[in-house]
Design a protein around this ligand. Structure first.
Ligand SMILES: [Zn+2]
Length: 177
């Protein structure tokens, strides 16, 4: 894992303390607990969480594969499907094609979103919500990639909406100068 990836993950780790209802306390079997520490291990595929039981207050560690903790994706037509890491990264890569966006940045974007989703504890997430998260991050990285991604995922209702988005983007860029 290189520095870019680590930086991306660090931001997403921003200690969100919340309960994860499906983890059973190994001492008393209670399902209520709070996460007191959360970090990635084994090359980012496994999340190690330190938890405290709400009933007996004892602490234990869980190792969770990110895929298992990710919510189901609710498509626009209402169909639900398991979160697909490959497809997710593929979509971002496509938007970044021939753009000066390092693969490590793309992976960091994907991982930070997956992490956010997994830590939210949600059982389902709308594909459009995921799209918005990607857009927010891409916008800060590469404007062309952002517009490409936005045009696919937000599927702008009409040309006016698209132009308004572009104008807002250009204005932001103008302000920076
Ligand atoms: Zn307990």
């Amino acid at each position: 894992m290189n520095a870019t990836t680590r930086a991306g993950l660090g931001k997403a780790t921003a200690q969100r303390l919340e309960s994860a209802p499906l983890m059973k306390c190994p001492f008393c079997g209670d399902l209520e607990n709070k996460v007191i520490d959360s970090r990635l291990s084994q090359g980012g595929e496994v999340t190690r969480r330190r938890r405290e039981c709400a009933k007996c207050q004892r602490r234990y560690t869980t190792y969770e594969r990110v895929e298992e903790a990710l919510p189901l994706v609710v498509k626009r037509d209402g169909r639900r499907e398991p979160f697909d890491h490959g497809k997710f990264v593929g979509g971002i890569k496509k938007a970044c094609e021939k753009r000066p966006v390092p693969l490590a940045t793309i992976e960091a974007i994907a991982e930070s979103i997956e992490r956010e989703l997994s830590e939210s504890g949600a059982k389902e997430v709308a594909s459009t919500d995921i799209g918005e998260k990607v857009m927010a991050r891409l916008r800060a990285v590469d404007e062309v990639a952002y517009v490409r991604f936005a045009s696919v995922y937000r599927s702008f209702r009409d040309a006016d909406e698209f132009m308004a988005e572009l104008a807002a983007m250009l204005k932001t860029r103008g302000d920076k100068k």
